[in-house]
Structures are given as structure tokens and as C-alpha cells.
Design a binder for this molecule. Sequence first.
Ligand code: PLP
Length: 374
Amino acid sequence: MIYLDNAATTRVFECAADAAQKAMLDGFYNPNTTYKLGVSAKSALEKSRRIIADCIGASPDEIVFTSCATESNNWAIENGRKSKKGNVVISAGEHSSVYETAISLKNRGVDVRIAPLTKSGTVDESAFLDLVDENTTLVSCIHVSNETGVINPIKRLAASVKSKSPRALFHCDGVQALLKTSERLDALGVDFYSASAHKLGAPKGIGFLYIRRGVTIAPLMFGGGQEKGLRSGTQNTPYVAAFAAAAERFKQISDHANVDRIRDELVKYFTKSGCKIIGDGENSGYILCVCVPNVKAEILQNIASEHGVIIGKGAACSGSKRGNRVLSAMGVKAEDIEHCIRISLFADTKLEDALQAAHVIMETARQIRSGNVG
Ligand code: PLP
């Protein structure tokens, strides 16, 4: 099997599974208790926080663990506004966990402004900045698109937003970017950054919200006061341990230049085969959106999986919904959207596997077109 749906989720690294098991079986104590074993569980938790912070370029005190990036995104958009007054600006390329939260604010009377995308898949920077004014309280822009892999210029955008509206806080959804671009988190100039471990070889159900030192946000959950009182609830110590192990491993084995090379070869292959690549902005390398003419993506995805090649069709979270809001915002025609598959790589994807998968995909497409499937 060749698995190329790593933007949906990834196989857990053995070292991450081992770390989780060890924390479950040996270090299972509640990290918020005061006896020795609890204190050692707490120090293991803090060690993991330090490892993750080091890997991404942040300080440990800026990381608040959550159950997933959906939670982090909901929290930042709901509570990240400094004041209940003022407008919120987001890009049209946001993941639904940002977009739908913003729409829910709008439905409750908040002035929510949505900046368009360019045909290349990046946010239209000047349109975004035009929407920002002195009353802007929060902005949100995705770092790497989960649909196309296109990178938004977050550092530049954050600087421009801050110079136009110094009181506006900047949130960034970094789920598909964390450890997949060479940028350090603390160099981006953002106030909030959401991440999820299961895109990096750790289990599902653990993520964080980075909150830049000095920035305040209303707590997400009240209770025992864990996570500096911001996100009460006993910490998921096994999954935090797995997250730290996976982040270290991912960083160790990833080679951005190699991922870029594989993606370039795939682009060449698919273009030569008559397909269109969606999103030609600067790309993280890990995600490729391909429009395969005259073949419904869902059918292609299902039959390719029977031939041992696993690919995506748009975001997994929006997989059950018709259409694709983000691709539409890029100006991709509805009939083309139906033909778009998403191929996503991992740190250890091999060129020969990727090309073999591409061959299977195009052969499957040929069979579907000729009615010769099954
Ligand atoms: N944001 C982006 C860009 C994503 O790709 C995803 C998941 O695919 C999420 C947020 C949600 O992450 P989680 O599954 O941790 O809730």
C-alpha cells in the first residue's frame, strides 16, 4: 500500500507509540498531584513541552495543550478577540474550524470580514489589508492551505496588519505547516498559532494553541486550573509524550528539499498526463491538488485504494460535503472541483513510491474513462 493522504492524518511513529505506552503504563500518575510520582509525571509533561517548543521555535510557556487543532482554532477565534466590539478579518482559505467559528460570530452580530484568495491559492494580501482597520480586533490567516499546500506569507502579513492596526491580534492555523516549512514560529510575529500532532506522526487527539508571551486570552475551560488556568482538564500525558517524540523524529528525518523534489516530479508527471495542478503559489511541498479531467475524484479515490494507493479528495473534514469552499474561492470551476484529488506526502515518502502511485492513479483514471473498472 502507498499511503499519500498524510494531510488527513499520518501513521504514528513507533517512537511516539512507545512514548505514549510508557507514559500510560509506567508514568500514568496525575501530573497535578503533589506526591513524588505525580511530580515526576509533571516533569515528564514539562519536558515534552520543552522538546516541542525547541523543535518549533517557541518558548515552553507559550504552548497550551488542547485536544486538537479544531479546539485550538475555535478557542482563538471565539476568545482571542481583545474586545467584544470591533471587527474580525479572516481569509477565504481557512479550514472549516476557523471559518465556521467566524461565521458563528457573524451570526451573533460580529462584523466578520472575509478576504478573497488569488487564483494561485494565496490570500489576496492587499484585499486582506484593506479589510483591516483601527477597529480590527482579530485576524486569522491559514499558514499552509490544507487543500493545495500553498504557503501564505504570514510573517509579512502579520507585520502589515500590526502596522495598520496595532491592537489587532493575529491568529494563524499552522496545522499543515508545523515542521513542514523552515520558518521558526517565534519569527512569524503572530499572537496565536494552532497545531495538531496527528499530521506529524503522533496520535489523533492532541494539539496546542501557541499564545505569544504577553498576549492574553480568556480561558477555554474552567475547572482545576491546569495549563495555567487557560484550559482546565487533566492533561493527556501519554499523547503529549507521543507528540514530543514525533516532533523530534519528524524534524530529524524531514528533508524539505527532497519533499520539494518529489512534488516537482509529481507535478511534471501529472501535467504531462493532461492534468491541471491547482494552486501554483509557493508550496510547502507536502500537498498537491490535481484536477484529473473527466474523472470524478470520489470514484478515482475509491478505485485507486483498491489498487493499493490511498489519496485524498479535498480536505478529509469536508469530504462528506459537496463542493469545496476553498477551491471555489480560488476561482476553480465547479466541474473541475469534482475532479480534484489531493496527494499529500510525509517526511519519509520515497520518490519511487510517489511516482508509482501517480502511475496507478492515471491508469485507474484511464480505466474509469473507458468504463473498464472493477
Ligand atoms: N486546520 C487544518 C489546516 C487542518 O488541515 C485540520 C485537519 O485536517 C485542522 C485544522 C483540524 O485539525 P484536528 O484534526 O486536530 O482537529
